[in-house]
Design a protein around this ligand. Structure first.
Ligand code: F6P
Ligand code: MN
Length: 322
């Protein structure tokens, strides 16, 4: 099996970007070890703090964030990082070529139940005319990403990554400490009979989403004429991995549960990187209003509606909004 760096060179990925990716993965190997330690090192549970999103920080959120931040900023390739766990961007080196946005530990409520979690990352080129501590540098559409990926800490530690040349899967070989290429050019089937949504929010959704999901639930007695299965891991990284593996539609729709927060998932380090991975695998990544990667961000922690996965099913869902 091919190791990561030769596989990336084969795709003509610039050497500095390969080095940056390797820095991110060095941190992820450490995180993989730490999340595995769990109980043994008193790493489960929460801290006393909340992040800028008003969410309680898990101990492993903070540890993962610190590891990624330190290693990425030390790499010398990065002008600034932006993280779910940091209020503002954190400056690196002024002449750094890249910006990295990340969710250090997605689905971190799963840490305490030994369930799926992962690190999500997105890389853009850094503008030259803005200072390294300026959040405005990050206000670039998802379409401008030069790399996106996630590391899933499951039974295997797996990397899904794209540099715009297809989406590829790698597995961490823990005996060698290397990510090895296991599947090149992952393809998401266009059709599916599986959906992924937090059904407990159903009464707060907008009418088109209510109607769409009702038709899926009606199964072979309803307008769709077939039965659908449902899955919800409560970690986007786990749900999107399943969609990349076998298809499906994943949505976190706009809801009216909390008027100050109509959308849950974050554009820069959740929706955009997953959108890039899915589109590179033949899937679609939309809001009810348009393509996720076309959105011009207005803040680094902006939230967005997400409807993504198998192409024909996403299109079917969007047809309810017309
Ligand atoms: O990071 C936000 C997140 O944890 C996602 O990983 C996941 O898809 C979603 O929120 C879970 O939401 P809920 O708590 O509504 O199940
Ligand atoms: Mn997350």
């Amino acid at each position: 099996m091919q190791r990561l760096a030769p596989a990336l060179r084969q795709d003509n990925v610039p050497l500095d970007l390969i080095s940056l990716i390797q820095a991110i993965l060095t941190a992820s190997k450490d995180i993989s070890f730490r999340v595995g330690q769990g109980h043994l090192n008193d790493l489960l549970g929460s801290t006393e703090d909340e992040n800028v999103q008003g969410e309680v920080q898990k101990k492993l959120d903070v540890i993962s964030n610190d590891m990624l931040k330190e290693i990425i900023l030390e790499s010398g390739f990065v002008k600034a990082i932006s993280s779910e766990e940091e209020d503002h961007c954190v400056a690196g080196v002024e002449d750094g070529k890249y910006l990295v946005s990340f969710d250090p530990l997605d689905g971190s409520s799963n840490t305490d139940i030994n369930s799926l979690i992962g690190t999500i990352f997105s890389i853009h080129e850094a503008p030259k005319d803005l200072a390294a501590n300026d959040n405005d540098m990050f206000k670039q559409a998802g379409d401008k990403q030069v790399c996106a990926g996630y590391v899933l800490y499951g039974p295997s530690t797996m990397l899904a990554m794209t540099t715009g040349n297809g989406t590829h899967f790698y597995v961490l070989d823990k005996t060698q400490g290397e990510f090895l290429l296991v599947e090149r050019n992952v393809q998401v089937p266009a059709d599916t009979a599986e959906f992924s949504v937090n059904m407990s929010n159903q009464r707060f959704w907008q009418t088109p989403m209510q109607n769409y999901i009702n038709d899926l639930l009606a199964g072979n007695t309803g307008p769709r004429g077939k039965n659908f299965n449902m899955r919800w891991i409560a970690a986007m990284v786990g749900d999107i991995h399943r969609v990349l593996c076998r298809g499906g539609i994943f949505t976190y729709p706009t809801d009216s549960k909390d008027a100050s927060k109509p959308n849950k998932l974050r554009l820069m380090y959740e929706a955009n990187p997953m959108a890039f991975l899915l589109e590179q695998a033949g899937g679609l990544a939309m809001t009810s209003q348009g393509r996720i990667m076309d959105i011009q961000p207005d803040s680094i922690h902006q939230r967005v509606e997400v409807i993504m996965g198998s192409k024909n099913e996403v299109e079917k869902c969007l047809s309810y909004y017309k």
